[in-house]
Design a protein around this ligand. Sequence first.
Ligand code: ADP
Length: 249
Amino acid sequence: MTPAIEVRDLTFRYADGTEALRGVSFAVSPGECVGLIGPNGAGKSTLLLHLNGLLPESPSGDGAVRVSGEPLTTGNLHTVRRQVGLLFQDPNDQLFCPTVFDDVAFGPQQLGLSKEEVSRRVRESLSQVDLQGFEKRAPHHLSGGEKRRVCMAGVLACEPTILVLDEPTSSLDPYSRRELKELLRRIPITKLIATHDLELVVELCSRVLVLDNGTIVAQGPTTPLLSDEELMLRHKLEKPHILRHIHPH
Ligand code: ADP
């Protein structure tokens, strides 16, 4: 089966010389939910930005990133980007309109859809995230959990086939975190989730990639991998409490 995401030997250096990714390779199958974990500065956000060509130097054009088999190149950036919905780490980077309706409608409008279709998608995606009736609210007056869900509605309104999420539960209270996890569980499409929330990884992801210092240092099924305390500590992570009774060796 053609992978939903395929990354082959991806290397990336920021303009100041920082080498953020060094020969990263992995694949995500259609329908899979994969966790991307690693310490701060490991390169997680940099990697996610590559998946829809958001970094200025990318797409590299060398086929390092493929989405549903299509290499991400300058020529097809538009089509490939439509397939990948990216949820930013900070909702404030994603919300910039005076109303929730405008924010959620922004993506579909960029796709050139009719007014009716845009309205339909806004209504539908707001109901998917349990925010029916929020259309006229001001995004910057919402709670952290609500803002995150508006961002998610905006992403879903573009009807992507792959969701790429950067720290979706960071700075949420336990209740909003639970709500967001339930929401993610209900969305049946392919997901790649970069997070420090290892409970989320255990609950939602069948497989995990560990990124450290720009390199994938381990990957495999979630429970055995996250229960490997030695591996986790070596990469400045820790074995999640909910796996405390699991001993891999
Ligand atoms: P993570 O998301 O895992 O915390 P990042 O992808 O943000 O890691 O960062 C990877 C590396 O790239 C770090 O060394 C970070 O300092 C560096 N980096 C991130 N953004 C930039 C930038 N805009 N310019 C230069 N270096 C950057």
